[in-house]
Design a protein around this ligand. Sequence first.
Ligand SMILES: Cc1cc2nc3c(=O)[nH]c(=O)nc-3n(C[C@H](O)[C@H](O)[C@H](O)COP(=O)(O)O)c2cc1C
Length: 556
Amino acid sequence: MHTTTATSAPGAATSRYLAAMRNRGALSIDWAAAPTRHKRYPGAERVRLPWTAGDGPAPGLLGELLRNLLGMTRIVWSHHLDDGGEPVGRPPMLLTGRPAPSGGGLYPIEAYVAAGGPHLPGLPAALYHYDPVHHVLERVRDDDHVPALTALPPDGVAADMAIVLSAVFWRSMFKYGDFGYRLICQETGVLVAQALAVGGRLGLAGRARLRFPDGEVDRLLGLDGVREAALAVLTFTLPSGGARPPDAGQPPASSPPASSPPGSSLAGELMSRPVADESRPLPRAMPDGHAAALHRACAFAFPGSPRSADAPYSPGSPAPAGVPRPRPPVRAGRALPAPEPAIGAHPAAGVPRRTSPVTGYRPVPLLGRALGAVLAAAGGGYPADLPGAATGPAATALCLLSLRVDGLPSGAYWYDPARHTLHELAGAGEVDAVATGRLLANTRVALRGAAAALVPVGDPLAGARPFGDRWYRMQQMEAGLVAQRAALAAAALGLAARIHSDGANETTDEVLGLAGTSLRSLSFLAMGTPPTGGPLVARPIPVLADEEVMPAPTTS
Ligand SMILES: Cc1cc2nc3c(=O)[nH]c(=O)nc-3n(C[C@H](O)[C@H](O)[C@H](O)COP(=O)(O)O)c2cc1C
C-alpha cells in the first residue's frame, strides 16, 4: 500500500528520500524481472516518419528530432569487461545504441507527440507515441492535443507541437531500486538538453515545461502515473512559414481560438475519450517506498494548491519567484578567467558523435579552449519555466576538477558562468583524494586518463518552500541537462565524456569544500580524449533506407 505524503511539509519527502539514498546498500538485481526497453501500441494506426528533415517538410523535422532523441542509431558489438576495463574473453553482445546516454543503458524514457493538422501539414492531428524501434508514430488518440497540453502548464505559451517525456519507472527501478528515480529525473534533463539542441539546429524554437499538473497530463496521455508518468513537456514552434501553409489562415501557433474552452476543459474533454491499448505485459508499478512517496509529493507542489491528492491544480496560481542561485563555499579563493571557448562546439554538432567511453581516456592534456567551450555550453541559459533558467542554470552550480588541462593548474574550481571565471576551491593534492572515494571500478579507470570532471552541485532543499518537493525533481533534471550540454560540446570537439553517478559522493563534496554546507554534488561527468581502440565496435545505422521497418507479426 502506498503511504500518503499529501500532508507532509514541503521538502519532507525529499529529506526522507535523501536519507534513504545515503544509506542504501549494494544493488541486488533480479535480471529476470527486467521489462522490455521500449513500449508499443500494437493495434494503433501507425504513421511512418521520414528519417531526416530533408525527407518532407514538417513530418521530416519531427522524424529527425525524435530519431536524435530516442532513436536506434548505432549497432554496438560490446565485449564483456572486467573491473579494469579489459575484455574477459566471452563472445561479444550485440546492442543497439541510442543518441543520448541512459543510466545503465535501460532507456526508461518514452516520448509522446501532440502534433498535426494545420500546424504540421502532412500529419493528421492526434496524440502519438514514438516507437523508436520501427521509427513510426503510433496514434494514441485522435484530435489536436496541442492546445490542451500547452494550456495546462502555468505559463501556457502557445506552440505548434508538444513532446511529452514520460518515465516507465520499473525499467530503471528493477535494477537500481529507489535510486532509479534520481537517474530517471537526470535522464529526463539529458533528453531535454538533447531536444533543445537538435530542435535549435532544425530551426524549432523549443521550451521545456517542468511545472505542470502531473495528474492531468498523465490522464491526457492515458498513463496511470504509477507504472509510467509524464516528467517534462517540451513545446516547439516551427520555423516561420516552414510548415504552416501560407493560406492556412490559422492563428499563430496552436493557441486555442478565443472561443475555445480553457486548457483544462479541453483536456477534460479529450481525457474522457479512450486511448489505444499498449503492449502487454504491462511493466510493474513503481515499487512502494521513498521514491514513490517523493514522486507523489512532487505532484502537490504548486503554490496555492491545497496539498491534497484530490485537489485540482489551479493554473491561475502565480509563478513562484526564483530561488537564489547556489553560492560558492566560503573557502573559494582566487578567481581566474576561464579559457576562451573554442569555436564550433555547438552542442547539436556533438549529437551524432557522442558515446560514453567504456575504458576511460587517453591521458593527454585537454586544450584550454576546449574546456572553455564545454564550460560555456554547460553554463548557458535555456528556455524553461524554471525561474532564472533563461540566463544560466538556476538550481545548480558547476564545479570543475581540472586534472590535465593546458594552462589551468590542476585543482578544483567553482565556475561562474556570468563572468566566465573559475574560483579556486582546492589544489592538486586535495583533488587526488576524489579517487579515494567510494567509486566503481570503471570510474577509477576513467579518472586515470580523464582531463577534467564537471560536477553539478546544488542544495536539494533550497527550493522546497516555493516549489515543494518538485524542486528535487527539477534540480535533478537541470543537473542532467547541464551534464548533457557539456557532453555534447565535448563530442562536437572530438572529445568524449561519461556520467559516473558514483562520482557524486561525500569524498567529492569534501574536496569541493561542500561538507558542512547544504550543497551536494548531484552528478559527475568525466571527460577527456577518447582512446583510439577498445573493446567496442560501433557503427551508425544509416538513415538512407527508403522503407518502413515493419514490426514482426505477434500472436498476442
Ligand atoms: C543519468 C545517467 C547516469 C549515469 N550513470 C552512470 C554511472 O554511474 N556509471 C557509468 O559508467 N555510466 C553511467 N551513465 C552512462 C550510461 O551507462 C550510458 O549512457 C549507457 O551505457 C549508454 O551508452 P552511451 O552513452 O554510449 O550511448 C549514466 C547515464 C545517465 C544518463
